[in-house]
Design a protein around this ligand. Structure first.
Ligand SMILES: O=C(O)CCC(=O)C(=O)O
Ligand SMILES: [Fe+2]
Length: 273
């Protein structure tokens, strides 16, 4: 990255959006010439890298993935979410074949991973325009903190508020590792490509973004978002887990929404007189 290409860090409002939705979308972040090159690169297949590889080892300077990761908006989002020097968990090229006749069941990639104070991100890069019939990734906003068994998730069909990705070429989406998602059926005549890299943080995920707007009322508004599939009482579970994550990310142990966590953490130690 040259000096003129400093990473563009996320604001607190956008971080709060990620914490509520479990994803963050950067539309057309990658330039057209890079997207054209990507199709050839992905078609050839991308050999795996060892778990825990450092980015410069996995993707040497000048390589296609490295240039993708050096785009200021991509670099800034990654740094804001998992910090400097994350390691590569794995990567994969995900192809939805033309008229393949089936979809991937809804799933979380790491449903056993119930950390409340850390998370991995999955970068998903779409080098082509993805139209509604091309099998864009389906995801369920706000599902990342719901703990279920992996195959149970696959039994759910068409949750209210689910989102089927339609995006311009060069879009990059960052997913929290728990988000429910799945590649959809490709009903078009075109191959749909997607390149995914999962990153593990190597530092504590605390205030890694541009925190200058931390007091903006839109932060709490974002964190209070509810989604159509939330049932009123159990939907509080999502808000509760979200508060724990936001407390951990900011270090502000007093942050709460509707006092849910405050109530649950009330364990007075003093004996009655
Ligand atoms: O192909 C897709 O859209 C989704 C693939 C997938 O589930 C993944 O990358 O974890
Ligand atoms: Fe997946």
């Amino acid at each position: 990255m040259t000096k003129s290409q400093q990473p563009t860090l996320l604001s607190s409002v956008r971080m709060a959006h990620f914490v509520a939705h479990g994803s963050l979308r950067l539309d057309a972040a990658v330039p057209a010439e890079t997207n054209a090159e990507a199709i050839e690169f992905l078609r050839r297949g991308v050999p795996g890298v060892p778990f825990g590889s450092k980015v410069p080892d996995a993707y040497p300077e000048g390589s296609f993935p490295r240039r993708l990761l050096d785009i200021p908006a991509v670099a800034g989002a990654l740094r804001s979410l998992v910090g400097p020097d994350p390691t590569v968990d794995h990567h994969a090229v995900h192809i939805r074949e033309p008229r393949e006749g089936q979809a991937q069941p809804l799933h979380g990639d790491a449903i056993i991973d119930v950390r409340t104070d850390a998370f991995d991100v999955q970068l998903m890069y779409y080098p082509q325009d993805v139209t509604l019939d091309m099998g864009g990734t389906l995801s369920v906003p706000g599902s990342h903190l719901r703990r279920t068994n992996e195959s149970d998730t696959g039994r759910y069909q068409n949750l209210l508020g689910q989102s089927r990705l339609v995006c311009p070429a060069g879009t990059v989406v960052f997913l929290h590792h728990g988000l429910w998602h799945g590649g959809r059926r490709n009903d078009s005549d075109e191959v749909r490509y997607m390149f995914k890299i999962r990153f593990n943080p190597t530092v504590r995920q605390r205030r890694l973004w541009d925190t200058s707007d931390l007091g903006d009322p839109r932060v709490t508004e974002e964190l209070s978002t509810t989604f159509p599939w939330y049932e009123p009482a159990t939907g509080r579970l999502e808000l509760y887990n979200r508060v724990l994550l936001w407390r951990s990310l900011t270090g502000d142990a007093s942050f709460d929404l509707e006092r849910w966590v405050t109530r649950v953490s009330n364990r007075p130690q003093e004996s009655a007189a």
